[in-house]
Design a protein around this ligand. Structure first.
Ligand SMILES: NC(=O)c1ccc[n+]([C@@H]2O[C@H](COP(=O)([O-])OP(=O)(O)OC[C@H]3O[C@@H](n4cnc5c(N)ncnc54)[C@H](OP(=O)(O)O)[C@@H]3O)[C@@H](O)[C@H]2O)c1
Length: 335
């Protein structure tokens, strides 16, 4: 039986912030399911900053061809299978993309483990590749956080940032979060348990970090880049601080002119280390990460509040929220 698929595709590239008329929407049937393939009804898509970088030529994440469906990670349920190992009804994670139904090779999908009361949405939430696992890898595998550290997190009220704040607290660190606006700062303090929140849109961030961390920052988890990275470098602890470069969302809409850190010499002066990472390069540690996050979820020490946008037609609008700061926690689209 054909599956009616509604998809969002890219019509044109744009420097600067994307606009709604860069995207098109169309419906077409998935009629044939080749051997080794399955049809997945998309349940939830993870709205990630990397998606924006695919919408300009020369993307590290591979530029989307004009007319192609916007790529996005998500979870969904198999509704037809022509592959061994996956059957109708199975829940899967993969690059399902901005559409209601995905035709994909079974080999490109991961079957979800839904034991121990885990829900499919957890795999684009606390246990998601680009959310919880990214936070764990940057904080624990890369920055090697430990109890007593003072941890600074930028983009702290977003998906990755929310997880970093809670994982750092669970490991016994003191946590300073930076986010835009008083509501997000309240969220950092009251919902996530951060020790200090700095509103970068309304306060002097340099003064805020200096007064919140008089002894300096031991770990900086950077989601934002630009000026905030320089402020962190200026406020590093006298020795052995670690900076994990997770991303630089402040730079993604002008990738030809990325602003580098002016204060990088603080790394040498303070015997500090700055290291970038790609979450998938740390797959060997995912079982450890998943086990720790799942057990913190069970203890009620970690959760990832959601901002859900309904309807595939609202995918582009949802994507823009990442750049306007219009969501708190984990931004998801439910087609
Ligand atoms: N290295 C990896 O393997 C990996 C994997 C996944 C994600 N990442 C990175 O992790 C970061 C966070 O991603 P996410 O999906 O969790 O997004 P998110 O934090 O949920 O959403 C982005 C947030 O960034 C803030 N922001 C946007 N533009 C900004 C600007 N110009 N200056 C300061 N803040 C700005 C906004 O919050 P405010 O309201 O606070 O401004 C916005 O809510 C991104 O940089 C992403 O590329 C890296």
């Amino acid at each position: 039986m054909p599956h009616a698929n509604r998809r969002v595709f890219i019509k044109q590239y744009r420097e600067g912030l994307p606009a709604l008329d860069d995207f098109g929407i169309e419906e077409a049937d998935i009629a044939d399911v080749p051997a080794g393939h399955v049809v997945v009804k998309v349940d939830t898509l993870s709205m990630d900053a990397w998606i924006r970088t695919t919408l300009t030529p020369g993307s590290f994440h591979e530029t989307a061809a004009l007319g192609s469906t916007i790529r996005a990670l998500g979870v969904g349920q198999v509704v037809e299978s022509a592959a061994d190992g996956l059957a109708a009804g199975d829940w899967v994670f993969g690059l399902l993309s901005a559409q209601t139904h995905a035709l994909l090779p079974a080999a490109a999908l991961t079957k979800l483990d839904l034991s121990n009361s885990l829900e499919p949405r957890d795999y684009v939430g606390p246990l998601g590749l680009t959310t919880g696992l990214t936070a764990w890898v940057g904080l624990i595998a890369v920055a090697e956080v430990h109890g007593g550290d003072t941890v600074l997190v930028s983009g702290a009220a977003g998906a990755v940032g929310s997880m970093v704040v809670q994982l750092a607290k669970a490991r016994g660190a003191r946590v300073i979060g930076i986010a835009g606006g008083p509501e997000k700062c309240r969220y950092l303090l009251e919902t996530l348990g951060a020790d200090v929140a700095i509103d970068y849109k309304n306060a002097d961030v340099a003064a805020g970090v200096a007064s919140a961390a008089p002894g300096g920052i031991d770990v900086f988890f950077d989601n934002v880049g630009g000026e905030i990275l320089d402020i962190a470098l200026e406020n590093l602890a006298p020795a052995n601080a670690r900076i994990a470069i997770c991303g630089a969302i402040s730079q993604y809409s002008d990738m030809g002119n990325v602003r580098g850190p002016a204060k990088y010499l603080r790394l040498a002066e303070r015997n500090a280390a700055m290291k970038g990472f790609v979450v998938t390069h740390h797959a060997a540690r995912f079982p450890e990460a998943k086990a720790e996050i799942a057990s913190l979820m069970e203890e009620g020490k970690v959760r990832l509040p959601e901002h859900v946008v309904d309807g595939i037609d609202n995918f582009a609008e949802a994507l823009l929220l990442l750049f306007s700061g219009g969501h708190t926690g984990n931004l998801l689209v439910r087609p």
